[in-house]
Write a protein that binds this ligand. Structure first.
Ligand SMILES: *Cc1c(COP(=O)(O)O)cnc(C)c1O
Length: 377
């Protein structure tokens, strides 16, 4: 195998991949309607459930062709019974996206909105459930990738179940990184796509969830054709295939990436992401950067640093300097504060972060930004 130039992606996905996964896409042409391909997808669907420790009797996974937002769309439009409401617990950009999806489909919803640097108030969540018996779905984001805050999904799921609702959580930026136990964490549906924790490529997204609920949803109002969970599940169960053309090469790459996931091991992989995350925080601290989320609330995968008050600071200039040297940094996603993000996803380790901070410090020096960086307040 010819090695491919290795870039260190510190953006929140797609993440740095290994050459073995890149090359796994180079396969003989195959029609995805062949039995050989269906059997590959069967194993893949089971592995995706096993990664979150789901019992295959109770949980299944359903594959879709598209980026991760597709999963949010699928879950919200497919899992709401007639005359019921969705409760969205929103403290960031990705739960805001869920609210927008409710608006686009005209789904009845209640939004509990919190500042992006704060955790949701669980007694308010409980009060809302108590006062609105028509809430059938509770929704939130596990790791709000815009800031890196970790939401208490196990507690939220417990509340949802106590009041007879199902719990859907967007785990796109934790799945296959931060360990998840679907049943213990009180999750009915979670989701991710191949380009994040699995360290494969964009094009394959999947929902992991409760089979009995999907079967019930057969009788729920149909609000989308391409993005209906039951339709895709039913087609898979009857034929072993995706309803429409699957992302063939991405599926081969994902299968290779999952082999490597099992070889690395859940705990060892999480320990590696944690090493990378700690190295990112150490580097930011040494340069004097302030962060948006307090340390005890961080999900351990995304650091969100605040722009210094320095007239020489230019995110663009710093980004370009790093980019030319193989490191990609990413702007923030908060409307009230200017931030940039450094993320611990992907096939990288501590040394990559040490190497990054050499380049990053040089970029600050070359652009005459004071070190340690300065803040007015
Ligand atoms: C990346 C991400 C998504 C998906 O975004 P796409 O751009 O559609 O791939 C969804 N939710 C969260 C929390 C994410 O981090």
């Amino acid at each position: 195998m010819m090695p491919i130039k290795r870039n260190i992606l510190l953006n929140p996905g797609p993440s740095t991949t290994k050459d073995s996964v890149k090359y796994a896409q180079l396969v003989p042409d195959i029609c995805p309607r062949e039995k050989e391909f269906a059997s590959l997808m069967k194993g893949l669907r089971e592995d995706l459930v096993k990664i979150v420790h789901g019992n295959l009797e109770k949980y299944t996974s359903v594959l879709f062709c598209g980026s991760g937002t597709l999963n949010i769309d699928v879950c919200l439009n497919s899992l709401l019974p007639e005359d019921k409401k969705i409760l969205v617990i929103n403290n960031g950009a990705y739960s805001t996206r869920a609210v927008e999806i409710c608006q686009y489909y005209g789904l009845p919803y209640i939004e509990l909105k919190y500042p992006v640097d704060k955790l949701p108030n669980l007694s308010e969540v409980e009060k809302t459930l108590l006062e609105n018996a028509d809430i059938a779905v509770v929704y939130t984001t596990h790791n709000e990738t815009g800031t890196g805050i970790l939401n208490p999904v196990r507690e939220i799921g417990e509340l949802a179940h106590r009041y007879g609702a199902i719990f859907i959580t967007d785990t796109t930026s934790t799945y296959a990184m931060r360990p998840i136990d679907i049943e213990k964490d009180n999750i009915d549906f979670c989701m991710a796509s191949a380009q994040k924790g699995l360290m494969a490529f964009t094009g394959l997204s999947f929902v992991v969830g409760n089979k009995a609920v999907i079967e019930k949803s057969k009788y729920y109002p149909k609000r989308s054709y391409y993005c209906n969970l039951w339709l895709q599940y039913d087609f898979f169960e009857r034929t072993g295939e995706m309803h429409f053309t699957p992302p063939v090469q991405t599926i081969y790459a994902t299968i290779q990436a999952i082999k490597e996931y099992w070889a690395e091991g859940e705990q060892a992989k999480w320990a590696r992401h944690t090493r990378v995350f700690n190295a990112i925080n150490k580097g930011l601290d040494e340069l004097g950067f302030k962060q948006v989320i307090k340390p005890e609330w961080r999900a351990g995968l995304v650091s969100s640093a605040i722009y210094p008050d320095d007239s020489n600071w230019s995110f663009e200039a710093i980004h370009d300097y790093c980019y030319e040297r193989g490191f990609t940094i990413y702007p923030g996603k908060i409307s009230t504060t200017n931030t940039f993000r450094l993320c611990a996803l992907g096939a990288i380790d501590e040394q990559d972060i040490v190497d990054f901070f050499v380049v990053f410090r040089e970029a600050l020096e070359k652009t005459n930004v004071a070190i340690p960086v300065q803040y007015n307040a």
